[in-house]
Design a protein around this ligand. Structure first.
Ligand SMILES: Cc1ncc(COP(=O)(O)O)c(C=O)c1O
Length: 364
């Protein structure tokens, strides 16, 4: 049975007529940067999340970078985040000369554990950057309370959680800034790189818009040192079509995620925990298995693709060796990274495919 880890081809067939028309429209109008498609997307994204401002940008990485730049984060500053995430989260902190201070994860959700954050705050701390891992938000109320108490800013790394809800509000609109990614494999994926930044703070939004366009406030008037961090019109056109059908796709993802957990409830594996205060968009369906190498091998022999998000927590990565962390510093992140594995997930996964995958897993 042929199973794709993520079925982007099936998705394209579903929306082909509309996507082709919108993309060809960009070619015909030759408005490749900025313009109506991008303006429409930004308005639609703002409406979708409830944030006052949605700003398209070149990637999730740049969304995080631009957010930190907008807060003037640099040398001497500390940003608290989780070591159990994709490298981009901490990479942008280091890129600006600031320091990542890691805090271990919650055993159930694998998101940053708010009860451990205050112990990591110093007089250099400026930002808390929780990651909404696998499509489920961190405990944002608890994190925002700590930030208010210590006068810090919260940036949600929502690169995996666009569409998720936390206490009835949408991810990306749960703190001062939210950042998402439209990398093709994300729940809302473009046809290339892309991302967006969300805020309800007008001054921050204006600064971010300047920063992503070489710090310009008028053509060739550069008020700030910025970058080229724009989202192009072709990506905006594709995203506009996909956003129309996004809720339907999220629902399908949730049904598939729920069904996986049901089918695996009697197995020895630990299925994802979704907190009752919110929802997950299952950017990944990731479970803990005791003997991962042999499970992966057995599934692979049946041509079932799997992935590991993520095999090594950031504090043990060579690139962050200057931070001075060592094995044992974040035991939960380390334990989960040794056992976690992701199963095929897309709104187009059929029941037959899911049965095949879960039967193979139950035999392990
Ligand atoms: C948690 C997290 N942060 C940041 C990023 C970076 O996003 P992008 O690949 O769009 O730069 C990703 C995407 O892979 C991610 O999963």
């Amino acid at each position: 049975m042929k199973i794709n880890f993520i079925d982007l081809k099936a998705q394209y067939q579903e929306y082909k007529t509309e996507i082709d028309k919108e993309v060809l429209d960009v070619f015909t109008n030759a408005q490749f940067i900025g313009g109506e498609k991008l303006n429409n997307l930004e308005a639609n994204l703002a409406t979708y999340t409830g944030a006052k401002h949605a700003i398209g940008c070149s990637s999730g990485t740049d969304a995080l970078l631009l957010s930190l730049m907008a807060l003037d984060i640099g040398a001497g500053d500390e940003v608290i985040t989780t070591p159990f995430t994709f490298i981009a989260t901490a990479e942008v902190i280091a890129f600006l000369g600031a320091k990542s201070v890691f805090v271990d994860i919650d055993e159930k959700t694998y998101n940053i554990d708010p009860s451990k954050i205050e112990a990591a705050i110093t007089d250099k701390t400026k930002v808390i950057m929780p990651v909404s891992l696998y499509g489920q938000c961190a405990d944002m109320d608890a994190i925002n309370d700590i930030a208010i108490k210590h006068k810090l800013t919260v940036i949600e790394d929502a690169c995996q959680s666009f569409g998720a809800e936390y206490k009835g509000k949408k991810s990306c609109n749960l703190s001062t800034i939210g950042c998402t990614s439209f990398f093709p494999s994300k729940p809302l994926g473009a046809y290339g790189d892309g991302g967006a930044i969300f805020t309800s703070d007008k001054a921050l939004a204006e600064k971010i818009r300047m920063l992503l366009n070489h710090g310009q406030n008028e053509r060739y008037k550069h008020k700030l040192i910025g970058i080229n961090g724009r989202l192009d019109a072709i990506q905006a056109a594709v995203l506009n079509v996909k956003l129309k059908y996004f809720d339907k796709e999220v629902q399908a993802r949730q049904e598939i995620g729920g069904r996986y957990s049901e089918l695996l409830s009697q197995s020895t594996h630990t299925t994802p925990f979704v907190h009752k205060n919110g929802t997950s968009v299952y950017a990944q369906y990731s479970l803990r298995v005791k003997d991962r190498a042999s499970v992966v091998e057995k599934l692979s022999a049946l041509e079932i693709p799997t992935a590991v998000h993520y095999p090594m927590p950031l504090h043990l990565q060579e690139a962050f060796s200057d931070l001075g962390y060592k094995k044992g510093d974040f035991p939960l992140s380390e334990a989960v990274s040794e056992e976690i594995m992701s199963l095929p997930m897309s709104p187009y996964l059929t029941k037959e495919q899911q049965d095949f995958i879960t039967n193979a897993l139950k035999e392990n």
